[in-house]
Each structure stands twice: as C-alpha cells, then as structure tokens.
Design a protein around this ligand. Structure first.
Ligand code: URA
Length: 234
C-alpha cells in the first residue's frame, strides 16, 4: 500500500504538489469514488486510480528500447553533444531514464534505457555473460583467419576478451556480425583493428536474446513488451 499522491506522482508527470491540488478539485478518483485526501493509502497492485477521468497505471520503473542514431552520446547530459535521453518522449521523461551501458557516438542500434538501477546493474554485471551482437561494415574483407582470432580470446591492455563470434556475410565479406561478452570501450572496433580492419559502420542488433526491433525507426523509443522484459526476468 502506498499514498495516493505517491502513486500518481510515480506513475505520471504530476508532482505531489499538483496531486494535492487535483484532489482538492475532486479530479482524482479511487475505484470510482472521489478521493478526499492525497495521503489516503491505495494498493498499487489492484486499486484503480484516475485523474480527470483518465486511468493512471501504477509503475515505478520504465524499460525502453532506443534505436540509437549516430551523433548522440550515451549519457543523460553533455555540454556539447546531443544525448540519448533527449530522444525519450515527453510523457516518459519524468521517469528520468538513463542508458544501460554505452554505445559510441557514431554507433547505431539497440540501446536500453531505464530508471531501474538494479536492472542496469544486472545487465552490466560481467557474471551475467550476456553476449551483445553487432553488425559491422569493414574497409577490408574479413576471412577465416579472423574468425579464429576472434574465437581465441584477444588480449588487451586492460582485459582479455572472452571468445567472440565473428560471422562473415558470404555475399560480401566486408559485412560481418560480431558477438562479444564484455562491452569494453571501443571493443568491437579494437578487435577489428587487431585483425587489420577498420570499422566503417557499427550497429548493435541484440543484447542476449533481446533483438533490436527493426521496425523501430532510427531515433525512436518504445517501451519493452512483457515478453521482452521476461527475457531479463522482469
Ligand atoms: N564496440 C565498439 O567499438 N563500439 C560500440 O559502440 C560498441 C561496441
């Protein structure tokens, strides 16, 4: 059970102060009855709350899929560059979502945003061994030797990469898919460079079993579905 004003403030863009005003104006109902006080207790699992006749669905956390465009930083604020949270629709901004992990400024594709710190922590944990899949276009065609090199677990200054998968497009070996477990700074680019290739274009297409929704336009955000959340035990 939580206070009515907290319920509404958590689940909408109304502040607690605004909720008090709305209650005074008899604009808030609980299970169809006009609420008398903002501090009344409601059950967030089963009580039906509405403001100005519109139902408010309780939730504290939000989980968003962004098809990240190039040119945006995976951050909540920056003095110079645009940041991914600017792409969150106005009506969801009050949840204050932040990016889960990072994609480079020039990388496109699947980026999750949430306000659930535990979710962020779980996904980022190295123990989770969550493979991320990328599509890359290279300046030089990839070959069988590269597949072996990626699978061997490359050594870098600050870490040793777990065996990574490299898949080469049989129609055009400049196009590859890479699956890595870690997600260290510039990892895919560094691994490709190690094999003598430069990445010209990079896009994340999956995190574990969660695939980028290819029907989501670049720069757009949508909430994860119940099925997608279930992938991560939510
Ligand atoms: N690897 C990179 O090099 N860049 C990214 O944005 C993600 C993985």
């Amino acid at each position: 059970m939580i206070r009515l004003d907290k319920f509404i403030a958590d689940a909408s863009s109304f502040s607690r102060k605004e909720v008090r005003e709305l209650v005074k104006r008899k604009a808030v109902t609980v299970n169809g009855t006009v609420a008398k006080t903002p501090d009344m207790k409601v059950d967030e699992r089963c009580d039906s709350v509405s403001v100005n006749g519109k139902n408010i669905f309780y939730r504290k956390f939000i989980y968003l899929m962004l098809n990240k465009p190039q040119g945006y930083l995976s951050a909540t604020e920056d003095d110079r560059d645009p940041v991914v949270v600017e792409l969150v629709p106005e009506e969801l901004k009050h949840f204050a979502p932040f990016p889960v992990g990072r994609l480079d400024k020039d990388t496109e594709g699947l980026l999750l945003l949430t306000n659930d710190g535990q979710f962020d922590h779980e996904l980022m944990s190295p123990r989770k061994n969550l493979y991320k899949r990328y599509y890359a276009e290279l300046d030089v065609p990839a070959n069988e030797e590269d597949i072996k090199l990626f699978a061997s677990g490359m050594q870098f200054k600050e870490f040793t990469a777990k065996p990574a998968l490299l898949e080469i497009d049989p129609d055009d070996p400049h196009k590859v898919y890479v699956e890595i477990a870690e997600g260290k700074f510039h990892q895919v680019k560094r691994m490709c460079e190690r094999s003598g290739k430069n990445v010209l274009y990079l896009k994340r297409v999956a995190i574990g079993k969660l695939k980028l929704d290819e029907s989501l336009p670049v720069g757009s955000v949508r909430e994860l579905t119940a099925e997608e959340l279930a992938i991560f035990g939510r």
